[in-house]
Design a binder for this molecule. Structure first.
Ligand code: NAX
Length: 324
């Protein structure tokens, strides 16, 4: 049996974690041969609810779960963590402006970045799910100077998976027939799901769908999918978000099957200068991700890639004072 790995989950009593924690515990993220220690973080008012989640996890009698730690102290929850899934965040309250939301979350993610810096494994891999995910990931990484910024990522995989399914359904094919989907930029309504490099069953996607569908249907549907789920379900995406978080971490740790989209530190690739967490096409191999370079970018794509970059730069300026 392998040694157990420590997996920290924040917002562990929330709705995404109610799916996420159980799927990680059953081996969906790191495999059925990888024992895990779950380290669950919540805020004090949610500790009773978290204890209920721990009782249920225990009641599943998962063979892979070696221990469960539940805490309201980030220094405890992140202790020696090999993986950290930062799901908990402050939702937008009544009368709260976008700037207030950014600031409230910046306060949370700066504390958590420091705690990761001081207590997590030196090889910790961090995924930020809590919104605004890209900018929260930036804040956490800026507050963790002893860790590499590349150890911090933001979740774009739900957008990526949504885009794959929309295209597969339109083309009358299965989602496994879709390759090289890319979602660029921010996890927000400015994200750019790009079909220029995408293939379905080996054929260029843009030869299978017309430009009007791409521009007026596909892109807005993917961008607005979160709002459509809220309207239909009366609650935001939860099981699909958990599934995407598992896909992201599994691929990062064990390798991806081709191109996937991850929010990572911009490094100048594709003209996106450093200072933001931008979603790029990456391939994961040997526990690392690498940006896929040299894809041709046309005017249609460039305009949209710049618009989502611009939004991330604005988010950054709203929290500049918290960047450590
Ligand atoms: P819930 O409100 O159900 O759960 C959030 C939990 O986080 C709560 O239990 C709360 O007590 C806890 N929490 C708040 N502050 C905390 C802190 N400082 N430390 C630890 N825990 C804290 O939200 P849920 O539906 O689970 O969504 C969680 C986050 O994911 C939200 O910010 C949401 O906007 C974001 N999402 C991000 C997605 C993405 O693709 N990046 C998609 C799904 C989701 O909308």
């Amino acid at each position: 049996m392998k040694d157990p790995v420590r997996i920290a989950i924040t917002g562990a009593a929330g709705q995404i974690s109610y799916s996420l924690a159980f799927r990680i515990a059953s081996g969906d993220m790191l495999g059925k041969d990888q024992p895990v220690i779950l380290q669950l973080l919540e805020i004090p008012p949610a500790m009773d609810a978290l204890n209920g989640v721990v009782m249920e996890l225990n009641d599943c009698a998962f063979p892979l779960v070696q221990d469960i730690v539940a805490s309201d102290d980030p220094n405890v929850a992140f202790k020696d963590a090999d993986f950290a899934l930062l799901v908990g965040a402050r939702p937008r309250g009544p009368g709260m402006e976008r700037k207030d939301l950014l600031e409230a979350n910046a306060a949370i993610f700066s504390v958590q970045g420091k705690a990761l810096n001081d207590h997590a494994s030196r090889d910790v891999r961090v995924l930020v799910v809590g919104n605004p995910a890209n900018t929260n990931a930036l804040i956490a990484s800026c507050n963790a100077p002893d860790l590499d910024a590349g150890q911090f990522t933001a979740m774009m995989r739900l957008d990526h998976n949504r885009a794959k399914t929309q295209l597969a359904q339109k083309a009358g094919k299965h989602v496994t027939d879709v390759e090289s989907m890319i979602v660029w930029g921010n996890h927000s309504a400015t994200q750019y799901p790009d079909l220029a490099h995408c293939k379905v069953d080996g054929k260029p996607a843009l030869e299978l769908v017309d430009q009007a569908w791409y521009e007026n249907d596909f892109i807005p549907t993917v961008q607005q999918r979160g709002a459509a789920i809220i309207k239909a379900r009366g609650a935001s995406s939860a099981a699909s978000a958990a599934s995407a978080a598992i896909d992201h971490m599994r691929d990062w740790a064990l390798g991806s099957d081709g191109i996937v989209s991850m929010g990572i530190p911009a490094d100048g690739s594709y003209g996106i200068e450093p200072g933001i967490m931008y979603s790029y096409p990456v391939v994961c191999k040997n526990g690392k991700y690498e940006i896929v370079q040299d894809l041709e970018i046309g005017d249609f794509s460039r305009e949209r890639m710049n618009a989502t970059e611009q939004e991330l730069r604005e988010e950054r300026s709203a929290v500049e004072h918290l960047l450590g």
